[in-house]
Ligand binder design. Structure first.
Ligand SMILES: [Zn+2]
Length: 98
């Protein structure tokens, strides 16, 4: 796809560059975060499944914010874990209503 051109200004700058600028984190910190996200996605997608997650609880963080799979070490948010379990349940029930 061709990028729009206007007076030599790139109208579609790299979103990560924008994120680094507006967040104040800097390019290196954003790259580190993005690489961690990609590695986590790679682990989750490569997992033999089904994911078997446990909540991440630490003395400082009593409210569970994410779950980690015991098989692949990938992590997901509480919301993602809840919907993943719901999908498994629906998958098991598929075809049983007849
Ligand atoms: Zn897993």
């Amino acid at each position: 796809m061709n990028k729009p051109k206007s007076l030599g200004v790139d109208l579609m700058p790299n979103a990560l560059d924008v994120l680094a600028t507006v967040s104040g984190l800097g390019q290196q910190a954003v790259d580190t975060i993005i690489n961690a996200v990609k590695e986590n996605q790679r682990r989750l997608l490569a997992c033999e499944g089904p994911h078997d997650c446990v909540p991440e609880c630490t003395p400082r963080n009593q409210l569970v914010k994410k779950y980690q799979c015991k098989k692949c070490s990938g992590w997901m948010t509480t919301r993602d874990w809840v919907w993943y379990q719901e999908g498994l349940k629906h998958g098991r029930n598929q075809g049983k209503e007849d």
